[in-house]
Design a protein around this ligand. Structure first.
Ligand code: NAD
Ligand code: IPM
Ligand code: MN
Length: 350
């Protein structure tokens, strides 16, 4: 198995080192090797060479079984050009239309909500990942003047909306779940989100055993805090999915706990923690590596190595239960020590 690794910027590097450490540990324990190819694509690389990724970059990524990313984003690149090419560009070029973001609380003590726990925070968000406002369609007129006009279009296509909604229902069906909630803003966005309404009804009709509900995204954001236990599967557009999965991160104890996959079923897909490069924490051995490590587990699971994925998840849960964590979730260990503990646990517990 060949994995491309783009550690990227800031704490992306810190947490990726730990994810790779844990992957190497599980590969050694299972006897199923994993080869890593480290790609230098990052803000540093861009600032030094002027290149975000090489001309054959996306083809190169396609030649791997999967891509693992730490995070991209650096204050020295204020227009975020390199992150757009490397991260968003890969989502678009590899057509990774499913942004799979499970929200699962690993320990009651990590829940920020009063009187809530593991049974209340256990759902999955499917974020459309190739359309919406992210496509960059638009432009500016009279930029920099008091007359500036800025247009940023939101693109919704039947194909794009259909495939993510279908994927959410299929996920529910194969896992024996019975609830899918679609969130949009069709009361205000009467064109694009009318399409979401129509497609949701159309697809839901094929799944009579699944209760298909709709909430406006503002109400859903509120209910995620007030009553997260009502959700099993949430499906929404690119921007709303981005926002609510940061709330999802908080529900899991903090952004450092949240994992994700950018997936095109059957093709080379990309796995990364939900969090960003958190520049103030970079290189200080303080970032929580668990979101990255859980993303690595998600990657193995998607690639059909479910036992190894489960071993990693068990080890992360054990670390949380034993208080072997970074300070953001109440422990006193550094990034590397958490990675060491989990890797060792994987070795012993496989
Ligand atoms: P961020 O996720 O980097 O950080 C937000 C907050 O969460 C910070 O207070 C940080 O301390 C905390 N946090 C995040 N990850 C943590 C971890 N692993 N351990 C402990 N605490 C953690 O978001 P931001 O500050 O808005 O963005 C910083 C940069 O990252 C920006 O350039 C942004 O564009 C980029 N970004 C990249 C990705 C990605 O590559 N997928 C995702 C989000 C943001
Ligand atoms: C994420 C990030 C990205 C996004 C940024 C870095 C463009 O926030 O993966 O959640 O908005 O998709
Ligand atoms: Mn985000």
């Amino acid at each position: 198995m060949h994995i491309a690794v783009i550690a990227g910027d800031g704490i992306g590097r810190d947490v990726t080192a730990e994810a790779v450490k844990v992957l190497a540990a599980v590969a050694a324990a299972s006897g199923r090797p994993i080869a890593f190819e480290h790609l230098p694509w990052s803000a540093d690389h861009y600032l030094q060479t002027g290149e975000t990724l090489p001309a054959n970059g996306y083809d190169l990524l396609r030649s791997f079984d999967a891509v693992f990313v730490g995070a991209l984003g650096d204050p020295r690149v204020p227009d975020n050009r390199h992150a757009r090419d490397i991260l968003l560009g890969t989502r678009f070029e590899l057509d990774l239309y499913v942004n799979y973001r499970p929200v699962r609380l690993l320990d009651d003590r990590l829940c920020p909500l009063k009187d809530r726990g593991r049974t209340d925070v256990d759902f999955t968000v499917f974020r459309e990942n190739t359309e919406g406002v992210y496509v960059g369609v638009g432009g500016r007129f009279k930029a920099g003047t008091p007359d500036e006009v800025a247009i940023q279009e939101e693109i919704n296509t039947y194909k794009g909306v259909h495939r993510i909604i279908r994927h959410a229902f299929e996920h529910a069906k194969t896992r024996g779940l019975t609830k899918v909630c679609m969130a949009d803003k069709s009361n205000a966005m009467q064109q694009g989100h009318a399409l979401w309404q129509r497609v949701f009804r159309e697809v839901a009709a094929d799944y009579p055993g699944i209760s298909a509900t709709h909430q406006y995204i503002d109400a859903l954001a509120m209910f995620l805090i007030k009553d997260p236990g009502q959700y099993e599967v949430i499906v929404t557009n690119n921007l709303f999915g981005d926002i609510i999965t940061d709330i999802g991160g908080a529900l899991q104890g903090g952004l450092g706990m949240a994992a994700s996959g950018n997936i095109h079923p059957g093709r080379t897909s990309l796995f990364e923690p939900v969090h960003g490069s958190a520049p103030p924490l970079a290189g200080k051995d303080v970032a929580n590596p668990m979101g990255a490590i859980l993303s690595a587990a998600l990657m193995l699971d998607t690639l059909g190595r479910g036992e190894e994925a489960a071993a990693i998840e068990r080890a992360v849960e054990a670390a949380v239960a034993a208080g072997q964590t970074t300070t953001d979730i109440g422990g006193s260990l550094g990034t590397r020590a958490v990675g060491d503990w989990i890797a060792e646990r994987v070795r012993r517990g496989y």
